[in-house]
Write a protein that binds this ligand. Sequence first.
Ligand code: RM4
Ligand code: NI
Length: 280
Amino acid sequence: MPGQLILKKADFFASDAQPVAVADRYPQNVFAEHTHDFCELVVVWRGNGLHMLNGRPWRITCGDLFYIRAEDRHGYESVHELVLHNIIYCPERLALNVDWADLLHNPAMPDGSDPRWRLSSQGMAQVRQIIGQLEHESPKTDPLSRCLSESLFLQLLITLRRHRYRVADATSLREGETLDLLMAALGNSLDEPFDFKLFCHHHQVTERQMRALFRQQTGMTLNQYLRQLGICQAQYLLRHSELLISEIAAQCGFEDSNYFSVVFTKETGVTPRLWRQRFR
Ligand code: RM4
Ligand code: NI
């Protein structure tokens, strides 16, 4: 039965005492859905893929950040040059007198709520450094190194707090972080239709530059990404709503519902109707 896979601490940590470890996924390959007896932070550096999280698909790409609790069920599909870091940790092994629960607090994700966080480019640069140090320190077992690892982990969590934002709230971003703004606008594009020309005009970049930058950082074209976001949303609605397939197509940015079915089938391997039936 799928969903039975539980990853164990003993297979991923060097000792019974190690609180934090860095697992680089260069690349993150397709990985079956699983839960854990430890928790993890996922920072996506490059490429793209489909992140299934508690039964819901999310298109992920550079700058995405997830706080995964032990009991969350997740896995990776349709990956394309996906590169990420997993910071895995055991809350009960953290010894510093810090309010970890608060720093790691990621409001529980009742079905349908949005688990996505984004990291600004500036945040990514800082986080990359800390993870580099942590990677070096966390395998060591002497008391000083353990303490240092924990403080690096603390630093990481605080830095994430400072630089993370919700796609729905990109107002905290500074002007100049155009790719961040673009990603946020795309992430919201199902609520507010996205006008690329206007976006470029507004931020004084050429469409060509912007498309090239996007492609270089994410490993896909802008249109591919938009289409995939639409398909993700459709997968969700097919499963959790009673809307007609034509209504779903329209809501997910497809004017023509036949074309929607063709793209959906190509991306997921099954027709929208069959996809829906799977869950009934
Ligand atoms: C896997 C995958 C999983 C993670 C383990 C540690 O490659 O990234 O999500 O739990 O590594
Ligand atoms: Ni995992």
